[in-house]
Unconditional design. Structure first.
Length: 108
């Protein structure tokens, strides 16, 4: 694989991660308001895995379940299934063409 092609793929992947980071900062299950009084990158370490799940074809329901797991098990906060579903949908809509996202809502 030519190095220019690898660089292009890497840039695209990094852009996807940045998009997920921005959504996770608004998801903010701990209410830390990243960037205000707390580190702006509070949830950024979850973004690469989430981006790869979306690229691999995860559904909105599966991604919402993953966010729920992060919120309740990893972070230790109470559940908010509505918010997790809303942000899962937003992440998928941002990373996947809309016709594919609509098909994914029909799965599950």
């Amino acid at each position: 694989m030519p190095s220019q092609y690898r660089k292009k793929l890497k840039r695209a992947a990094m852009e996807q991660v940045r998009v997920v980071e921005a959504v996770l900062r608004r998801w903010d299950p701990v209410s830390v308001v990243p960037g205000a009084a707390d580190p702006a990158d509070e949830y950024d370490h979850y973004a690469p895995h989430i981006a790869s799940k979306v690229v691999a074809g995860t559904t909105i329901q599966d991604l919402a379940a993953h966010l729920r797991h992060l919120r309740t098990v990893v972070i230790g906060m109470g559940a908010d299934d509505e918010a997790d579903a809303r942000f899962a949908s937003e992440i998928i809509e941002a990373l996947v063409p809309s016709n594919t996202s609509l098909e994914r809502t029909r799965e599950g």
